[in-house]
Design a protein around this ligand. Structure first.
Ligand SMILES: Cc1cc2nc3c(=O)[nH]c(=O)nc-3n(C[C@H](O)[C@H](O)[C@H](O)COP(=O)(O)O)c2cc1C
Length: 226
């Protein structure tokens, strides 16, 4: 059994899956483990809709793609990405994105293929289980702590999943269309979609799944005060 640090190093986002849902009992094990994520005041601000229903997933994906087709860049509850990208984050985003396109031999100007790759998010990369994580609006009204807690929860889901041979891809792409997700699922107005996580069995033959973007060095991200 790999150690936690080994799992942290070996996990990576997978973007092609076999058409096989994650069994309910494994979903429950993952969700029970993730429920142990620490949160401020133990408020556990996450509300999860775990969907393995093909039709419902297709309805959500189709509705998002349709909304994009109408010219909307987002239809969201929360803004995930920075409004003004600054370096070094901007550079890291560009390097990570261009690395993926280079691996897949997609030209920088090939907008059609790039759009198709983005749409793959809303086809759930072929996976059949997706967790949608919401929080109560009151938790993020003038406060950001619940976002920190739900971010930690995301990592718990993805790490616990690894133990059961389940890979994942976190999705801010659905954050951008959170209101569309809410409409399709007929969610109550008091909830905001924060993100989704695709879960499933990676297609080991798919080249895209070999992508493992590098990280900045500790020199760039950590200051030790000894
Ligand atoms: C909150 C969040 C949102 C993300 N959104 C997307 C997404 O919408 N689509 C996607 O393909 N990858 C998405 N990713 C995956 C990142 O691109 C990926 O985590 C990053 O490039 C590091 O690669 P790794 O996860 O393979 O280590 C997201 C990751 C996080 C944490």
């Amino acid at each position: 059994m790999p150690t936690v640090t080994e799992t942290l190093h070996s996990r990576s986002s997978k973007r092609a899956y076999l058409p096989k849902p994650v069994p309910k009992e494994i979903q429950e094990k993952i969700l029970n483990a993730a429920a142990m994520t620490p949160s401020g005041a133990n408020m556990q601000p996450w509300k999860v809709i775990a969907i393995s229903n093909k039709q419902v997933l297709q309805n959500i994906g189709d509705a998002i793609i349709e909304r994009m087709g109408e010219g909307f860049e987002h239809d969201q509850h929360i803004q995930y990405y920075p409004v003004n990208w600054i370096n070094p984050y901007k550079k890291r985003r560009i390097v990570t994105g261009s690395g993926l396109y280079k691996l897949m031999e997609v030209d920088r100007k090939d907008d059609d293929t790039r759009l198709k790759m983005w749409h793959d998010n809303f086809k759930w990369f072929g996976a059949q289980t997706v967790f949608f994580v919401f929080t109560d609006n009151a938790n993020i009204d003038g406060a950001q702590g619940a976002l920190i807690d739900c971010g930690a929860y995301m990592q718990s889901v993805m790490l616990a999943a690894q133990e059961f041979g389940i890979d994942s891809c976190p999705q801010g792409s659905t954050t951008e269309f959170g209101k569309v997700v809410s409409r399709v699922l007929e969610m109550p107005d008091n909830l905001s979609l924060l993100y989704s996580v695709v879960l499933g069995y990676e297609d080991k033959e798919a080249k895209i799944n070999t992508y493992q973007p590098k990280r900045a060095s500790l020199d760039d991200t950590v200051t030790f005060i000894d």
